[in-house]
Design a protein around this ligand. Structure first.
Ligand SMILES: Nc1ncnc2c1ncn2[C@@H]1O[C@H](COP(=O)(O)OP(=O)(O)O)[C@@H](O)[C@H]1O
Ligand SMILES: [Mg+2]
Length: 283
């Protein structure tokens, strides 16, 4: 199944427009494709190419991340890493395709359900996130299983050691950035970006700001109210909006740089650009 999927992904990267990939989402390090598994539909998250050593290290840290999430009361979706090809490998993180995502539930939810979910999210973030374990809490990263929430966005295991160093090989994050930029992003930006995921207030601020992108305005006030009952200084709508605008600008800039790099690699260097990039994202 994955060999076929990877063959399609590569054909699409080589410019074959007859291939229709079923893309569920584009992330910072992975592209999420829908595929048919043996036991039903799956979400297959295509990761950057890795050497054998990087791959076994990645599998190990992902397993540790899933364990740590569970130990803190978060249910991650079953996730398994398979790889295609040989050194360098193209790994995929494969999960069952969830029938219901929190974003979709919230779009039509009544006030009571919204209140229930935001209480749950705030409880999870405040109870689980600290300097050692990080979370990207954005609404799009959760699935719904009855009353319970399932965390889907595990491909970037956010674990730091006692000295605050990321356990994941963070070069994987920046592999898709233009080469000339990687050094400065690594030095000046990465640590700062990643730090947000390890701070409950920053995670909730990001979650609130992201509601604008998801057009879930009706969730803003309930989320901030639940947040401000347990955290201070309080987050205001104004702060969430300001944060969103700054954050959106940064990702947009990185995206444009990638697109420019893809153009350069294809036109001037005649290379196959190895990452699947999103089209225009509405922010
Ligand atoms: N197991 C899954 N079932 C259903 N949809 C999924 C699943 N995993 C991911 N998705 C969809 O793909 C999107 C991106 O996946 P995610 O794991 O959050 O990666 P990233 O945010 O890094 O791209 C999610 O927001 C969701 O819409
Ligand atoms: Mg995500």
């Amino acid at each position: 199944m994955l060999e076929r999927l990877e063959a399609d992904a590569e054909a699409s990267l080589s410019g074959n427009t007859g291939i229709a990939l079923d893309v569920l989402g584009y992330g910072e390090i992975s592209t999420v494709l829908r595929a048919e598994g043996l036991d039903g539909p799956v979400a297959a998250k295509r990761l950057p190419a890795m050497t054998g050593e990087q791959l076994s290290e990645y599998k190990e840290i992902l397993a540790r991340y899933l364990d740590d999430l569970r130990a803190r009361g978060i249910r991650p979706v079953d996730s398994e890493v398979f790889s295609v090809g040989s050194d360098p490998y193209t790994p995929y993180c494969v999960q069952p395709l969830l029938p219901l995502l929190l974003v979709d539930e919230l779009r039509t939810a009544d006030r009571e359900t919204v209140d229930y979910r935001v209480e749950q999210l705030v409880g999870i973030v405040v109870g689980a996130v600290d300097g050692w374990l990080g979370l990207d809490g954005q609404i799009s990263n959760w699935g719904v299983d009855g009353d319970e929430l399932l965390y889907v966005d595990v491909t970037t295991p956010l674990l730091r050691d006692a000295s605050g160093k990321d356990q994941l090989d963070t070069d994987l994050f920046i592999a898709s950035l233009p080469w000339a930029l990687q050094g400065s992003v690594r030095r000046f930006l990465l640590d700062e970006i990643l730090s947000h995921y390890y701070d409950p207030r920053a995670v909730l601020l990001d979650m609130a700001g992201n509601l604008v992108k998801e057009r879930l305005f009706q969730v803003m006030e309930p989320l901030l109210r639940a947040t401000n009952q347990v955290l201070s200084p309080p987050i205001t709508t104004d702060e969430a909006m300001r944060y969103y605008r700054t954050d959106a600008r940064m990702w947009e800039l990185l995206q444009r740089l990638r697109q420019a790099d893809r153009w350069w690699q294809k036109t001037a260097r005649h290379r196959v650009y190895p990452f699947l990039l999103p089209g225009e994202i509405e922010r």
